[in-house]
Design a protein around this ligand. Structure first.
Ligand code: ADP
Ligand code: MG
Length: 245
């Protein structure tokens, strides 16, 4: 294992019944790296993200975080999930809790912080994503872009070692996409390790260290953005790019 490797997948296979949804996946994410995952709908991108913090089980293979194999269950798993945070397309905020509570709750429950310490940290993070003034509102009073920035603050509040983003801007109106991508670019500049499933090719070009292209449950290409976008090696990637660019 490379010294600076943070997340490693080796020979990972996953099935949904007869569907071989992840096929022999090998992937290394180094500390501080931004890996953008792209590919057609149904190619296994979300499943890949979800296996990385064991929201899904796998049939074979090994996933390690800083060299420690992912535990299958129990307290070790909850702790590990806190270390690899996840941001979803659909925000998943608690509708009946304030923005501040949304960012504080898991800190209190999982990280065992005192409420006042959690709230202090939440305010810092809300400030960082430009939403301190919204702390006492309910999620529904915020725009989609603001809600997604709250979800990012909530993930950051667990002091994760890495963050996984599954199409974080796909549910947003176009004018809100950039405010979320800008927060993500800032995190990348600060050295956060990130795996990002996205269709935002501008983000992939400008922020990714590597682009991973998936098709039918396999990683077909794993290259720098320059290489991938200027000279995709596989017909599948060429075909995909011709449809979206
Ligand atoms: P992507 O995110 O690239 O669109 P997914 O990882 O969501 O792809 O899905 C990959 C494949 O697995 C698709 O064929 C999808 O229909 C199937 N799939 C996803 N989740 C489930 C599930 N819970 N049960 C059965 N099949 C699923
Ligand atoms: Mg998906």
């Amino acid at each position: 294992m490379a010294v600076d490797s943070l997340i490693e997948l080796r020979g990972v296979n996953k099935y949904y019944g007869p569907l071989h949804v992840l096929q022999n996946i090998d992937l290394t994410v180094a500390r501080g790296e931004v890996v953008v995952v792209i590919g057609p709908s149904g190619s296994g991108k979300s499943t890949l993200c979800r296996t990385m913090n064991r929201l899904e089980t796998i049939e074979s293979g090994l996933i390690t975080i800083e060299g420690t194999p992912l535990p299958a269950e129990g307290r070790g798993l909850a702790r590990l999930r806190a270390e690899v945070g996840m941001v979803f397309q659909s925000f998943n905020l608690f509708a009946h809790r304030t923005v501040l509570d949304n960012v504080s709750l898991a800190q209190i429950k999982v990280r065992k912080r005192k409420k006042e310490d959690a709230d202090r940290r939440s305010r810092e993070l809300l400030d960082r994503v430009g939403l301190l003034s919204q702390a006492d509102k309910l999620p529904a009073q915020l725009s989609g872009g603001q809600q997604q920035r709250v979800a990012i603050a909530r993930a950051l509040a667990m002091d994760p070692k890495a963050l996984l983003f599954d199409e974080p801007t796909s549910a947003l109106d176009p004018e809100m996409i950039n405010e979320v991508l800008e927060v993500m670019r800032q995190l990348a500049r600060e050295g956060m390790t990130m795996v990002v499933v996205t269709h935002e090719m501008g983000f992939a070009r400008s922020a990714a260290n590597r682009v991973v292209f998936m098709s039918d449950g396999r990683i077909v290409e794993d290259r720098t953005p320059e290489d991938f976008f200027t000279a995709p090696a596989s017909d599948r990637a060429k075909d995909f790019l011709s449809k979206i660019l």
